[in-house]
Design a protein around this ligand. Sequence first.
Ligand SMILES: [Ca+2]
Length: 483
Amino acid sequence: MTLPGRFSWIALFLALFSMFSLGQAAEAKRPNVLFIAVDDLNNDLGSYGHPLVHSPNIDRLAKRGVQFERAYCQYPVCNPSRSSFMTGLYPEQTGVLSNAGVFRKRHPDLPTLSQHFMNNGYFAARVGKIYHYGVPLQIGTSGEDDPASWNKVANPIGIDRTELEPISTLVEGKYGGTISWRIIDGRDEDHTDGKGALNAIQIMKKHHPDKTGKPFFLAMGFFRPHTPYVAPAHYAKLYPLNKINPLMEKPGDRDDIPSVGLHDRPHQRELTVAKRKEIIQAYYASITLMDACVGKLMDALDELKLADNTIVVFFSDHGYHLGHHGLWQKSDLFEGSVRVPMIISVPGTKQGGKKSASLVELIDLYPTLAELCGLAKPTHLKGKSIVSVLDDPAKTVRDAAFTVTRARGKMPSGTKGPKPLGRTIRTDRYRYTEWGQDGKFGLELYDYQGDPGEYTNFAKRKGNEALIKKMQAKLHATRAYTR
Ligand SMILES: [Ca+2]
């Protein structure tokens, strides 16, 4: 290269300098991401048509974005689900198939979702529960965090952790794995989630892209409505007990369900109607508390003039039963346990307020957010970008959604060994489930067209052999990319 003379060097310097600042400007213009992960939230929300639940802020978000009617988790328990959507791998690929274990053991150098954003010039922060936390005991700590995923973390702690004794519970001294609840007078800010929302707003202010020149990826992990359902009385009042009609177990419903697929925790099946109402009231009041916190974040985006350049993602790590099939909580493979709410709001979209019936998986979030923000998609990702669905909610990118879980129910009599994995696919119309290799421990087939409550297991009825064979081939085909 020949650049004789002082002026040429100055010209070169200026050219390089302007390229550098243009690059910086482009970086600062990349959208921010507000990534809201909720713990143990099912689809009982106003925007999903629930007649009772008050979720005005989530409903407001749904009007700005696209709401997914058929979004599914990849494993219906916290740690495996969270490890999956944060890595972009299926649970059998992360190696995390229970609440114990960390994906770093198998994938020490893998860039997680937020880490990929950090590697591309973003500031990434976590507030509350994104990776696994033992709730409530680990609240206020970093839980089972992945430090490489964040520039900054905040670990709020409120009365739902500091005052455990007054909490009602089905198993004395236990508040996390069992149903437990408490309604208490006081402010939202007394609760971990209320404090968490304030932490998140502080982070948005302090690390505002106008100040830092860097876009942010802010992950807000709400703890409610996970047990203990500790919620303010002003939200419980919205749910008078006489308005709550618990879904009771239908006689004979379980006769055709493989026993391994039914996970009953102590004292849940025999709950009285009165107790069920009290429990559901607290679960719903916890949802409304979390919803109010979502509202605070949305208001802050507006006040800080961030709304026009911030993508908001809202979803839950898995679903939640409140008595359907006699089940409570999670970890089974029914619709109630594996279906999740999911809303994605992209600034400037023409699709605000639309609902999409496309099948989507939580594992699709990683490639979708990367694409929306103009980042390359790491080659290890197994999910699919749903940007085309966000542009046209009638589009579809997959014909089946996959979920796996470790069986927690009773093994069939005469069988030995460890509890098998159950794998399921949800298609447009059906759900097909195999417990153990080739369904050795049971098969299930539900037809949502005529049986939305999954009361008839067609795998146990004659005359469905051809359909079972077809669904079996479809489930087995997922092995090519899910393990
Ligand atoms: Ca959870």
